[in-house]
Write a protein that binds this ligand. Structure first.
Ligand code: F0G
Length: 446
């Protein structure tokens, strides 16, 4: 596969640190083999997350200088609100400082103890915020997603038939249906427009709210444009259709906002918006900044315009597909097909000599750092405990940040690892907190 042509040139440089192997071994020991604890300046290629790690364009940097930091009704708020309305087609905009703040506000406005929410798959902060209200979260992913390796289209769909049954079974306890676009938990896989509209109609017929988590909606729309729409119409119009299906949508602009922070909630429902705004003032800040600086709102306003450009999205999705294709060529087991923002490695399969309770995903993540200074994240037994099905390692690609040689280097590091894979061992936990252990736990190699 050809590497897609970068539709930009480099103007500002950020040096990357290249350590030697013995320095990296020492860093791993000092960090108790927990990659979250490695200082970022000791990381050569950081694929921990695509969230808030995007490079800003010259348009965004120059716009930042126009940041109006007035507390209320700043010019930057006006620009932000206009851009969000233009991007989403919705009338009411509630600003928040990041995605999970929107989740907390929506949870408090809509959920009571014992209520139930349904999704193609809840992202972990979404689930945590909803469960924190005493509600139950049920994932209803399409059956297509069960086989990780089969390259089926739209593995981010929700299972419509099952959703109908569950809504009937739970009756009044069912509160809303949420589609995560793209489905991060399920491999960054997109949902089809047809499926989103079906889910919205099933939900609407029961008088329930349909919510969209839109943090990667431009990437999702690109997949729809490419396949379902056969390159007809504009990507922006598909994004608008996806938003049109939702009663409420929210977005962490740290992803497809091409920004380092921020977020928003949108709806056309005025009375619901009034309720959400009350909570937003309580938790986030006044309704014309929501915890964001004026200059941050400027970068987001501009980012929402840049993210819909077909040349940008073609390169973005192509870059992820390139890394996926090069790793496939050397037989690294992956979630297929490539998703929108990351490549997911089936570490349980790759390191089949390491049993699940010895954390094969963490063993691969540590090996990637040791051999090449690459930081990734384990999504498996360490992060999810007993709930983990496959032990995955996510290689998330920051937007507009790395180039082909960086990805070729990642592939070379994988080659090195598979040449001696039996040498890599599992881990045991020597200390862990009571929850979310992957962030702070201490590990020891076996
Ligand atoms: N929804 C999805 C699908 C996400 O991927 C994230 C964050 C959030 C909501 C929460 O947004 O971070 O702005 O509070 N995902 C990041 C990741 C952390 O690495 O995948 P946030």
């Amino acid at each position: 596969m050809f590497y897609p042509f970068e539709p930009y040139k480099i103007k500002v440089l950020e040096s990357v640190k290249i350590l030697n192997k013995s320095e990296r071994v020492k860093m791993l020991q000092e960090a108790d083999y927990n990659l979250f604890k490695i200082p970022s300046e000791k990381v050569t290629i950081d694929l921990l997350t695509d969230s808030g790690t995007s490079a800003l364009s010259q348009g965004q940097w120059s716009q930042m200088m126009l940041g109006d930091e007035s507390y209320a009704s700043a010019k930057s708020w006006e620009r932000f609100e206009t851009a969000v309305k233009n991007f989403t087609g919705k009338k009411e905009v509630i600003p928040v400082h990041q995605g999970r703040a929107a989740e907390k506000i929506i949870a408090e406005a809509l959920l009571e103890k014992n209520d139930i929410a349904f999704s193609n798959s809840f992202f972990d902060t979404t689930r945590a915020n909803f469960e924190h209200r005493g509600a139950m979260c049920i994932d209803v992913p399409t059956e297509k997603s069960a086989d990780l390796s089969k390259p089926k289209l739209f593995k981010g769909d929700i299972d419509g038939k099952k959703l109908r049954k569950l809504l009937s079974r739970y009756g009044k306890r069912a509160k809303f249906v949420l589609m995560t676009l793209t489905n991060n938990t399920g491999g960054g896989q997109p949902a089809s427009l047809k499926n989103v509209e079906l889910a919205a109609s099933i939900t609407g017929k029961r008088g329930l709210k349909f919510i969209v988590d839109a943090c990667r909606i431009a990437e999702n729309a690109y997949f729809i444009w490419l396949t379902e729409q056969k390159r007809q119409g504009s990507i922006k119009s598909i994004i608008r259709k996806l938003f049109a299906s939702a009663d409420i949508a929210y977005m962490s602009t740290k992803k497809d906002g091409l920004a380092n922070s921020g977020g928003f909630i949108v709806t056309n429902d005025k009375s619901l918006a009034a309720k959400l705004k009350e909570l937003a003032v309580l938790y986030e800040g006044f309704v014309t900044y929501g915890g964001m600086a004026g200059r941050e709102m400027e970068t987001i306003a501009r980012g929402l315009e840049e993210v819909v450009e077909p040349t940008y999205l073609e390169h973005r999705i192509g870059q992820v597909a390139y890394l996926h294709s090069e790793l496939s060529k050397i037989a690294i087991p992956l979630i297929n097909p490539p998703g929108g923002h990351a490549v997911y490695v089936d570490a349980g399969k790759l390191f089949s000599h390491i049993p699940q309770n010895e954390f094969p995903g963490q063993a691969l993540a540590a090996a990637l750092y040791q051999e090449g200074g690459i930081r990734s994240v384990e999504i498996g037994f360490l992060m999810l405990g007993q709930k983990a099905k496959p032990d995955l390692v996510r290689l998330a690609i920051p937007r507009r940040t790395y180039t082909q040689s960086h990805f070729d280097f990642v592939v070379e590091v994988f080659k090195k690892i598979i040449a001696n894979k039996k040498e890599y061992r599992g881990f045991k936990i020597i200390w862990q907190p009571s929850s979310l252990r992957h962030f702070t736990c201490k590990l020891k190699p076996l």
